[in-house]
Design a protein around this ligand. Structure first.
Ligand SMILES: Nc1ncnc2c1ncn2[C@@H]1O[C@H](COP(=O)(O)OP(=O)(O)O)[C@@H](O)[C@H]1O
Ligand SMILES: Cc1ncc(COP(=O)(O)O)c(N)n1
Length: 273
């Protein structure tokens, strides 16, 4: 007999000791959406709002063990990846995602922290592109990440659309190209291309702030939480965008650099259709 379980989501990511990005942002976001959050930790960073001071990838056997533990007990309904450190880590995560069904996969192809520190080695980018993207229900690159994965230069909204098509051709079913890095614009519009070929823009006003540490993690974690509840992908995406916009707009002051977001800002009983 199987009992109906509470919605459970999984973050496969690196730890940010500063608490603003990475696994910590994922946990805070998923929790605030009333979904139970489980974790596969793949790397540890010594990090704060000023930058990344040190970084350590965990042994792949430990990654395998965490996946096996979850598969043996929990009922993960949706999962996401964040920082994946290096080639060995990406390959271990890919192998485990092929082995276990943890529901729709959102790939946030994290490469470089806001302060400029690399969170993925250069040689691992091709492995993400060739082996992880084909497993993705959704991929959510920022502009530099979309450029690296697509090989295109992206300086305007037309190029964002072209890049999304290219990423779909590489195997990701659905794509969000995030406009947060289009800093010459006074908007922060994201472009969404869905599996059926339909598309739409997520419009947002650009908030003039340096407190944007963990924006990408927060967006993808919120989408993952909504998918774990069984929401449709377009609805999950709209809720994710509204959640991150509110978390940036109603900022909190923590640290002295690229500060974290306010994960309490978006009303917990609201979602977008
Ligand atoms: N200054 C800003 N004002 C409003 N929205 C922003 C701002 N910066 C980023 N965003 C939004 O936050 C989300 C994450 O985007 P981005 O910062 O591009 O990703 P990443 O954190 O992966 O670099 C996107 O929805 C983006 O539009
Ligand atoms: C462990 C970890 N994972 C992800 C990010 C990306 O977040 P951001 O691009 O907002 O700095 C980060 N800084 N640290």
């Amino acid at each position: 007999m199987t009992e109906e379980q509470f919605p459970q989501a999984l973050s496969i990511a690196g730890s940010d000791s500063g608490g603003g990005a990475g696994m910590q942002a994922d946990l805070k976001t998923i929790q605030s959406r009333h979904v139970f959050a489980a974790t596969v930790l793949v790397a540890i960073t010594a990090q704060n709002t000023l930058g990344v001071q040190q970084s350590l990838a965990l042994p792949t056997a430990m990654i395998d063990a965490q996946f096996a533990s979850l598969a043996a007990d929990l009922q993960i309904r949706a999962c996401k990846t964040g920082m994946l450190a290096d080639v060995a880590t990406v390959k271990a995560v890919v192998n485990n995602l092929k082995r276990y069904d943890f529901g729709p996969l959102t790939v946030d192809p994290v490469m470089i922290a806001k302060g400029g520190a690399p969170l993925l080695t250069e040689d691992a980018i091709a492995v993400v592109r060739d082996e992880l993207l084909p497993l993705a229900t959704l991929v959510t690159p920022n502009l530099p990440e979309a450029e690296k994965l697509s090989g295109l230069t992206i300086t305007d909204q037309a190029a964002m659309r072209t890049a999304a098509k290219r990423l779909q051709a590489l195997g990701a079913q659905n794509v969000i190209v995030k406009g947060g890095h289009l800093t010459h614009a006074d908007s922060a519009n994201d472009y969404v291309l869905l599996a059926d070929g339909s598309d739409f823009w997520l419009p947002a006003r650009r908030v003039d702030t340096v407190r944007t540490h963990g924006t990408g993690d927060t967006l993808s974690a919120c989408i993952t939480a909504e998918l774990a509840k069984g929401r449709s992908l377009p609805s999950a995406i709209r809720t994710g965008k509204a959640y991150v916009e509110k978390a940036i707009t109603d900022g909190i002051l923590v640290g002295h650099g690229h500060g974290p977001l306010n994960h309490w800002a978006y009303p917990e009983d609201r979602d977008e259709d």
